[in-house]
Design a protein around this ligand. Structure first.
Ligand code: FES
Length: 108
């Protein structure tokens, strides 16, 4: 198994570097395993938006394209929640090139 380390900023603004992300997890699964309060109520099927978070700009580019299902869900977010680097973390697969990514947990 391979893993990379990312930095996570929680909803209180607490920044935690060195969070381990294993290669068999989506980003959502990594955040849940590490105890972050992500409901993931649709189980990772890009249909609930409770796993919404923000990536840093470089990682957003690295993480690849947003498919139609994810785009539809992101479009349901309030304007003040949606940011240019918004992603549904269940749709962000592990990628070695995401080492050092900074992930800010989205609002409820
Ligand atoms: S877990 Fe529901 S959209 Fe990601």
């Amino acid at each position: 198994m391979s893993s990379i380390q990312i930095t996570v900023i929680d909803r209180e603004g607490v920044t935690t570097p060195g969070v381990e992300w294993d290669d068999d997890e989506s980003l959502m699964e990594c955040l849940v395993r590490n105890g972050y309060p992500i409901l993931a109520s649709c189980g990772g099927n890009a249909s609930c938006s409770t796993c919404h978070s923000y990536l840093d700009e470089v990682s957003f580019e690295t993480a690849g394209d947003i498919d139609e299902d994810e785009a539809d869900v992101l479009d349901t977010l309030m304007d003040d929640e949606r940011e240019p680097t918004s992603r549904l973390t269940c749709q962000v697969p592990w990628d070695m090139d995401l080492e050092g990514a900074v992930v800010r947990i989205g609002p409820f």
